[in-house]
Design a protein around this ligand. Structure first.
Ligand code: CA
Ligand code: CA
Length: 170
């Protein structure tokens, strides 16, 4: 049984996906998030890292639409998200990680200023903030990703944590 508290949390996640706040999730929300990340980290859209991020954003959108856009209008309404995506992602959190991974992989590469294959807690918090995670939450969430305290967060830490944040209550 899905609790109302759980559904409220998922409604908050809907607001995060709806980056432009127009009441539905669509392709522009994903490409807009990619653009915002490139701006935040001063990476050119035409660069390899920029193109990888746009490609990951499109794959993320296609995956979410495949799960949740039940009427096929290329938009995920609040109702489609809450009744479709929530249940299916909760039943299969690995699926969410799979569809989000190319985008997250590219986002980490954009945020990884020194190119050593991992981001710092501060860089991870900036990514989360750009993606609409409330500032008060972004920093502690990022800090928790760095479980061993070496200030290096790799893809294998970030992807499951991101999936947990977006699919289950904290
Ligand atoms: Ca939107
Ligand atoms: Ca729809």
């Amino acid at each position: 049984m899905v609790s109302s508290e759980y559904e409220r949390r998922i409604a908050d996640r809907f607001a995060t996906f709806d980056q432009d706040g127009n009441g539905c999730i669509d392709r522009e929300d994903f490409s807009g998030a990619a653009q915002a990340l490139l701006t935040e980290f001063d990476v050119a859209a035409r660069s390899d890292r920029g193109q990888a991020l746009y490609g990951g954003a499109e794959a993320f959108w296609q995956g979410m639409a495949g799960i949740a856009d039940r009427d096929g209008d290329q938009r995920i309404s609040r109702a489609e998200f809450v009744t479709g995506a929530v249940k299916r992602l909760r039943d299969n959190p690995d699926r969410f990680a799979e569809i989000a991974r190319p985008f997250l992989h590219a986002a980490l590469a954009v945020a990884d200023a020194d190119g050593d294959g991992a981001v710092t807690v501060e860089e991870a918090a900036r990514v989360l903030t750009v993606l609409g995670v409330p500032a008060a939450t972004a920093r502690p969430v990022a800090a928790r990703l760095d479980a061993d305290g070496d200030d290096r967060i790799g893809e294998n830490d970030a992807v499951p944590a991101f999936a947990r944040y977006f699919t289950v209550p904290e």
